[in-house]
Design a protein around this ligand. Structure first.
Ligand SMILES: [Zn+2]
Length: 257
């Protein structure tokens, strides 16, 4: 009998004996451990099929390179691209809103991205009667360098893991305030577009946005839907190694935009 009791004791994890603590302190500790527990549970049970990955970021840069899209150096180049209509204003309609925190001089994107936003926003509005909010769009290399000085984890302004926002083809769409039904619908919508090779999307959690890079094929398919087939691309798969992507994305944005 004594042996049995000893075995049971050895098998049970050691728990620190409770120490007398003040009431407030005890409540605060309890709340903290509850929050940590909740966070862990949500990570264990939900992994978005659109979760960002290093591979996705590499693919975005490769595809952008194949389309010969330049990375925009500074505000002067940005303005000349606006003059040439290579960059256009973000749509601001009943379907699409722009975050008030996004500066006026960065409220631009590529024409194909605008077309995508208009159609995405209208389809979403017809289903839910609410607009989508763009929280970030084009950025310049100058702006990216400023971020790098502020944040040691900031993404490079060049190279294979540079921020796709530097091209103007990418926008972030905010998730804040979306219902579970909306989130589900948006994930399915974007996943289908990605599987067709029209966009690449990364669902971010620290900033609560969908990061969407729109490719030329999307625009071409709208002009001649019967004749243009999307360029096949590798479909993004859930990847636990998403740190590079999320870090690059996080660092390349002023939090929260
Ligand atoms: Zn982004």
């Amino acid at each position: 009998m004594v042996v049995l009791l000893l075995v049971i004791h050895a098998a049970v994890p050691k728990v620190a004996s409770p120490k007398p603590v003040a009431r407030g302190q005890a409540q605060s500790k309890h709340l903290k451990s509850k929050t940590r527990k909740h966070r862990r549970v949500s990570w264990v049970f939900f992994r978005s099929p659109l979760k960002g990955s290093r591979e996705s970021l590499l693919r975005q840069n490769l595809k952008i390179d194949s389309e010969n899209l330049e990375r925009i150096a500074d505000s002067e180049q940005l303005q000349s691209l606006v003059q040439e209509n290579a960059l256009v204003s973000l749509p601001e309609t009943r379907y699409i809103a722009v975050s008030s925190k996004l500066p006026q001089d960065r409220r631009y994107c590529r024409p194909r991205t605008r077309i995508f936003l208009e159609e995405f926003g209208e389809d979403h509005y017809r289903r839910f009667g609410r607009s989508l909010t763009v929280t970030s769009a084009v950025r310049t290399v100058d702006f990216q360098k400023t971020l790098q000085r502020r944040n040691k984890n900031a993404a490079s302004e060049s190279g294979e893991l540079a921020s796709p926002h530097l091209t103007g083809a990418t926008v972030d769409v905010g998730k804040r305030g979306m219902s579970p039904q909306q989130l589900k619908w948006v994930r399915n919508y974007l996943l289908e577009m990605q599987s067709s090779g029209f966009i690449d999307v990364e669902e971010e959690f620290r900033q609560s946005v969908f990061h969407v890079t729109v490719y030329k094929d999307y625009e071409l398919a709208r002009v001649a839907p019967a004749t243009v087939a999307p360029t096949p691309v590798e479909t993004a798969a859930p990847n636990p190694d998403h740190n590079a992507s999320e870090r690059a994305h996080d660092a390349s944005e002023t939090p929260p935009l």
